[in-house]
Ligand binder design. Structure first.
Ligand SMILES: Cc1ncc(C[n+]2csc(CCOP(=O)(O)OP(=O)(O)O)c2C)c(N)n1
Length: 195
């Protein structure tokens, strides 16, 4: 499955939740479908997207939080899974796009290419719901079920190690600056709290 197709299949349903992505290709792909003020594209801090999502989910239990992660990022901070499992916010859906590669920095193979099983790791970490999917329909169904389940879910979606810079971007860079995204996102969360 192409990750862009997977992201397209859930894009409409992301409108009413809080979305945190890792940096690089997945962030650029989501932005290519249309930036929204409820998207935060975490830059530089590899492995910490689920930690940012966890903090928001715990502080704002009235919001639905979605984290779009990568296998390399999760492998860099595997303790993130155990911390998610420890606090298990019901309002968090954690998606790991597993392309078996550090695609955004040249495509070096990760440990999932030699057999490490992140869905198995998530189960062993204590994540209460997990799914392993490898086609777009299964992904879209698993995502909808996770959001409806009111239980912390990690979905491992096996995707191709493929990235074509969308026309709107230059490589992984878009015209949305890091600070602009940071302030816009914080204001979005604040405005929701004020309503
Ligand atoms: C601490 C740290 N180390 C290395 C990097 C460089 N880096 C940026 S993206 C990336 C690869 C991320 O891999 P993965 O999460 O599998 O996502 P993919 O690029 O495959 O979509 C790396 C190594 C970084 N930003 N921060």
């Amino acid at each position: 499955m192409r990750r862009l197709e997977a992201v397209k299949s859930i894009y409409a349903s992301l409108a009413d939740c809080i979305v945190v992505t890792i940096m690089g290709a997945v962030a650029a792909e989501l932005q290519s479908l249309g930036h929204r003020p409820n998207h935060f594209y975490l830059q530089h801090a590899m492995g910490l997207a689920s930690s940012i999502g966890l903090g928001i989910a715990l502080c704002r239990p009235e919001l639905d939080v979605v984290v779009l992660d990568g296998d390399g990022s999760v492998l860099m901070n595997m303790g993130g899974l155990t911390t998610l499992a420890r606090y298990r916010p019901q309002n968090l859906t954690h998606v790991i796009f597993d392309n078996e590669s550090l695609l955004s920095v040249g495509g070096f193979p990760t440990a999932t290419s030699t057999g490490s099983d992140l869905a198995g790791v998530a189960v062993a970490a204590g994540i209460p719901r997990t799914a392993l999917v490898s086609d777009v329909d299964a992904f879209a169904s698993a995502f909808a079920e996770a959001r409806a389940a009111d239980e912390l879910t990690t979905i491992v979606a096996k995707v191709d190690a493929h990235y074509e810079p969308p026309a709107e971007t230059t490589g992984f860079v878009t015209d949305l600056g890091l600070l602009e995204n940071r302030f816009q996102f914080a204001r979005y969360l604040q405005d929701l709290a004020d309503d």
